[in-house]
Design a protein around this ligand. Structure first.
Ligand code: PFF
Length: 517
């Protein structure tokens, strides 16, 4: 059995780490992190972000990977494996990546367009490209088609092989671009200053000088999104790991890699803006940074700028592809294991559905990009914002909470009331079950039981309150998210609580039988 399980999963530890890092490193690092840092007090944000990675991110990631690893099955089966009444969480966390795919692939399409258009110059094209619905749809389709091909190839042949090639390329391009940008001469230090000067006042205050938790919420949310947590991706990838993979060490490497890439991205962008477009330094935050400001910076570099632009957007596209495949895999894994469909057909269904939804999202985004407000919207939100907020601000922290709760409270033998509250008992249960984190075991047990879930709930509730206060229509987003949770729960108890959910090993057997036919 062990032998078979091994085959239907990552072939090597490094393959798993690169694939998980590939999931983590994406638009969140290359685009989100730099502008959030500059908008929230520079290095002050970086310090808090790193604390969030350590105290929330790494702990949740260990919990998620382990939940998948011990079940070696899809997310519903993995959560059900912890507790029979808890499998609905697996269904919820399968919908989150699906919803993210619907907008992430539109942005992925943008990066492909910008990469291919680099030699014509991308300065100022955002306005025309983003409202050219046909072209936006075409590039979204191209982006999804590449992802489809990889996921169809399976975990070892598709995801692992692609990640092993693409991640080193991404890193090399990034290092090259950072060195290039740091050598741009005058203005580089102004850019670095804008990016990294720690300003705790800005971090804890809003634009009007009032005390605000927005910086803190941004740092926590960014840690989740960037590390691909709270949405089944790490549960799913974890399920494909064998005994030889050490969870603690892998998580440390993934977190370090992800954080380094985020920091390096800022180290490239801000010096370049400072040197070539200094007037944009203070307005370079927000969505415009990557698709409006950077292309102007590349234009200013002259002929070499076209090459740098191509390398840059190709790198971002690679990062987005290795991320989106993890999103698609979560859903594909469940379909292929629960139904009679093959992996290829399952992946095709997921991609086709995501594409259908991404079309209105792309149309809606075009209007946002050129700052018109009358695009397609839901309750006053453009579709990208709607999906992004429902997943990032409401559902993902819930998903992460659920993973910590599963390991911290539902897991293992408890013979007395005292056992329920004792991290020591949890530690022993984990060790007995096969998770040995060495000298960090006790820290993990305390964190996953008491600290991380509280912080995550704070993020969720404080985020919702802040947003609802700003705009009461935000309740519709919260309502949508809760409705989804309710529907998944009902569906689980009606149809999935009992019975066969399939697993990785059976998936392999099924594929082998089909091949032999
Ligand atoms: N971590 C990715 C990023 O930083 O862009 C986004 C992402 C990928 C989120 C995969 C969630 C996920 F499952």
């Amino acid at each position: 059995m062990e032998n078979v399980k091994k085959k239907n999963g990552f072939a090597s530890g490094i393959g798993f780490i690169l694939a998980a890092a590939g999931s983590a490193v994406g638009l969140g690092n290359l685009w989100g992190f730099p502008f959030k840092t500059s908008a929230n007090g520079g290095a002050a944000f970086v310090f808090v972000y790193i604390a969030c990675v350590l105290f929330i991110g790494a702990i949740t990631m260990i919990a998620e990977i382990y939940i998948g690893k011990r079940a070696a099955a899809n997310t519903v089966a993995s959560f059900r494996n912890v507790n029979k009444n808890y499998g609905w969480v697996g269904l919820v966390v399968m919908f989150i990546p699906f919803l993210i795919t619907c907008y992430y692939s539109v942005l992925g399409g943008y990066t492909l367009k910008y990469a291919m258009n680099s030699f014509q110059g991308n300065g100022g094209i955002l306005g025309t490209f983003s409202v050219n619905v046909g072209e936006v749809i075409l590039y979204t389709a191209l982006f999804l088609a590449i992802s489809l091909l990889i996921v169809m190839g399976g975990v070892k042949g598709g995801i692992e092989s692609a990640s092993k090639v693409l991640m080193p390329i991404l890193f090399l391009i990034l290092v090259f671009i950072v060195i290039f940008c740091l050598c741009l001469g005058e203005g580089v230090s102004a850019g670095l200053n804008k990016y990294l000067n720690p300003d705790f006042y800005a971090f804890f205050h809003d634009a009007n000088g009032n005390l605000s938790f927005n910086g803190l919420l941004a740092a926590m949310g960014q840690a989740f999104f960037s590390l691909s947590l709270g949405m089944g991706a790490m549960v799913c990838y974890g399920s494909y790991t064998g005994k030889e993979i050490k969870v603690g060490k892998s998580v440390a490497m993934i977190c370090i890699f992800d954080t380094c890439v985020a920091l390096l991205a800022g180290l490239a962008m801000f010096p370049a803006i400072g040197a070539l477009l200094p007037e944009q330094l203070n307005s370079s935050g927000g969505v415009g940074l990557m698709f409006a400001v950077l292309p102007l910076v590349f234009d200013k570099m002259g002929a070499i700028g076209q090459i740098i632009s191509f390398l840059f957007f190709a790198m971002v596209a690679i990062a987005a592809i290795t991320s989106v495949i993890s999103l698609v895999e979560v859903v594909t894994q469940l379909i292929v294991q629960k139904t009679k469909l093959t992996r290829k057909k399952s992946a095709l269904i997921v991609i086709a559905l995501a594409f259908a939804i991404s079309v209105p999202v792309g149309m809606s985004l075009g209007k946002v990009a050129i700052l018109e407000t009358n695009g397609i919207n839901l309750f006053g939100f453009d579709l990208l914002t709607f999906l992004d907020e429902a997943t990032n601000a409401v559902l993902m922290p819930l998903g992460a909470f659920a993973a910590c709760f599963a390991i911290g409270w539902l897991f293992g033998k408890k013979n007395s009331v005292k056992d329920w509250f004792s991290p020591k008992t949890l530690l022993n249960n984990l060790k007995e079950d096969g998770l040995d984190l060495g000298k960090f075991g006790m820290i993990f047990a305390v964190m996953v039981k008491y600290v991380t879930p509280v912080l995550v709930l704070f993020l969720d509730i404080a985020g919702i309150i802040t947003n609802v206060t700003k705009n009461p229509n935000y309740w519709f987003i919260v309502g949508f998210a809760l409705l989804l949770v309710g529907a998944c729960t009902a569906f689980y108890f009606a149809f999935l609580r009992k019975g066969d959910l399939g697993n990785n090993e059976l998936e392999l057997l099924k594929e082998q039988q089909l091949e032999n036919k």
